[in-house]
Design a protein around this ligand. Structure first.
Ligand code: BGC
Length: 269
């Protein structure tokens, strides 16, 4: 680290189509270097994905914390679901596997939770209290729920049912492409999904992220939501920034929990 550089950590965002990583400037909440993106191997088995992610990590050849966002519910470093990954992930200790492959400690969390953490710190949710929901629209739909800036992890709201179907199979950004839907037709599906989520959580603010948030001006005005809905501030980089943030801050979060005498519930961290 040169004197002009602030603290940095490495963030990796594993998605259905790409594995992206970069060194993150933790004070500015932005990428400190150009990101590297490699295709997500198919089938996205633990071995193949971990090998590709390790390649991304080695490319940056940096010390310091490593955070990895994975599109799955992660409890105590363990993978609980695998909607857009190979089923062989379920039950694996992702954190242990990444750490062994890279040879340095890795922190693993849900990809949407990572994006949400970045949005709440540096993006559209900065300074916002109350109930905030971050939705990432990509291969699937990810969700990150915050109360007064604190994350409720692993909400998996992309999998609520809408019209008898898993919601992300109707309204994820990938569905628009796969079904060649017009922006209007897709926005109608997204609008219905947002209404359903609203009726469950009544959030004060919804932040829409994922790659499609770059094109927010083409669809946000088509939505008719009750709560305020805004595009993500960090767009598709939020996942990388948030994973790095989490990895850098986890020791302090754990120390604070210990100081308060809080004992994690079994399986939690
Ligand atoms: C997964 C979530 C993930 C989301 C976005 C869903 O299919 O179940 O864990 O956050 O996709 O990648």
């Amino acid at each position: 680290m040169t004197p002009a550089e602030g603290p940095r950590a490495l963030g990796v965002d594993i998605g259905g189509s790409g594995i992206k990583g970069a060194l993150v400037d933790l004070e500015r909440g932005e990428l400190a270097v150009e990101r590297l993106r490699l295709e997500t191997p198919q089938p996205a088995t633990p071995e193949a994905v971990i090998a590709t992610a390790a390649e991304v990590i080695r490319f940056f050849d940096a010390d310091g914390p490593i955070g990895i966002g994975l599109p799955a519910a992660i409890v105590g470093g363990q993978v609980m679901t695998a909607a857009n990954l190979d089923g062989a992930w379920i039950g694996t200790s992702a954190e242990t596997l990444f750490t062994a492959a890279v040879g340095r400690p890795c922190t693993v969390l849900n990809d949407a939770d990572a994006a949400g953490l970045a949005e709440m710190r540096f993006g559209a949710g900065a300074g916002v209290s109350g109930v905030v929901l971050v939705l990432t629209l990509g291969t699937g739909i990810g969700s990150a729920l915050f109360l007064d800036g604190r994350l409720v992890p692993n909400t998996e709201l992309g999998h609520i049912e809408v019209r008898g179907k898993d919601a992300e199979l109707r309204a994820a950004a990938s569905v628009r492409k796969a079904k060649k839907l017009s922006m209007e037709a897709w926005a109608e599906r997204l609008d219905e999904y947002i209404d359903r989520v609203d009726q469950l959580l009544w959030p004060d603010l919804i932040i829409l992220g994922g790659g499609i948030s770059r094109r927010a001006d083409e669809f946000v005005h088509l939505l008719t939501p009750r709560p305020r809905v805004v595009p993500a501030g960090l767009q598709n980089e939020a996942g990388i920034v948030g994973a790095a943030l989490r990895a850098a801050e986890l020791p302090a979060i754990r120390a604070e929990a210990t100081r308060r005498g809080r004992r994690p519930a079994s399986g939690a961290r």
